[in-house]
Design a protein around this ligand. Structure first.
Ligand code: DGL
Length: 265
């Protein structure tokens, strides 16, 4: 099917998912939208996250996407079910894929989840994990400082390491073997998170499992692209397109040629 995949996030975090989708599905075209202007979503009330997310979805559905990925845990926790029943196309969130990946890896069923305040408050990971295996112990911590650090490009310095060290201190005293990065911004911090948590803890980010789910759904619903045109990915941001330019240059093999600043209302 010759239509693009839409991916949304509150900012740059969803690029960790977009990158995996492009890697696993190289023929598919991606339209990415990051609501950088209104990031972070994590501390906002549920109704506001819902409204902003529906704004983003309207923008992309008008561009005739064939599948939507809500590449934001906070937005997934707030509106996934509603959007799934509202749209005529498949809608994939990032929470179930992350939970599945963690359950595949854990040896002792001691799993920690870190995420935004909204995601942790929603208990969406606890529910997703227990819906598959109710013997698992889930330890959750909200990390409100992490998203602003990523959005400001502070992903690899001493100050960030110190913030992560202090925030994750309670988890280091627990016998967890698996840590879910329950926010799509956090994989950008994963070298530092790994350093803090040590090698006995496996770090899970939902990007690759989500991309696998997208691939499976496209295949079973007969939506895979079958032509031979090279994909023209388009990235949209409500914030600075320069910042998107810089990040996509670092993050995607050949950068992203089409980046546009847009306004949402
Ligand atoms: N990347 C997002 C998430 O996965 C949201 C971060 C934020 O806007 O607070 O939750």
């Amino acid at each position: 099917m010759n239509r693009p995949i839409g991916i949304i996030d509150s900012g740059v975090g969803g690029m960790t998912v977009a990158r995996e989708v492009m890697r696993q599905l190289p023929k598919e075209e991606v339209l990415y939208l990051g609501d950088t202007l209104r990031c972070p979503y994590g501390p906002r009330p549920f109704q506001e996250v819902r409204r902003f997310t529906l704004n983003m979805i309207r923008f992309l559905t008008e561009k005739n996407i064939k599948l939507l990925v809500i590449a934001c845990n906070t937005a997934t926790a707030a509106v996934l079910k509603e959007v799934q029943s509202m749209l005529p196309i498949p809608v994939v969130g990032v929470i179930h894929p992350g939970a599945r990946a963690a359950l595949k890896i854990t040896k002792h069923r001691e799993i920690a989840v870190i995420g935004t305040e909204g995601t942790i408050r929603s208990q969406a990971y606890d529910m997703a994990l227990h819906s598959i295996d109710d013997r698992v112990n889930v330890h959750s911590i909200a990390c409100p400082e992490f998203v602003p650090l990523v959005e400001n490009g502070m992903v690899n310095n001493q100050e960030t390491l110190q913030v992560i060290y202090e925030r994750l201190a309670p988890l280091r005293d627990m016998s967890i073997d698996t840590l879910i990065l329950g926010c799509t911004h956090y994989p950008l911090l994963s070298p530092l998170i790994e350093l803090v948590m040590g090698t006995q803890v496996t770090i899970i980010s939902s990007g690759s499992e989500t991309a696998r789910e997208v691939s499976t759904i496209l295949h079973y619903s007969n939506r895979l692209y079958t032509g031979d045109r090279a994909p023209q990915h388009r990235f949209y941001t409500t914030g600075s397109s320069e910042m998107f330019n810089r990040l996509t240059y670092e993050w995607f093999d050949q950068g992203i040629k089409y980046i546009e600043h847009i306004e949402l209302s």
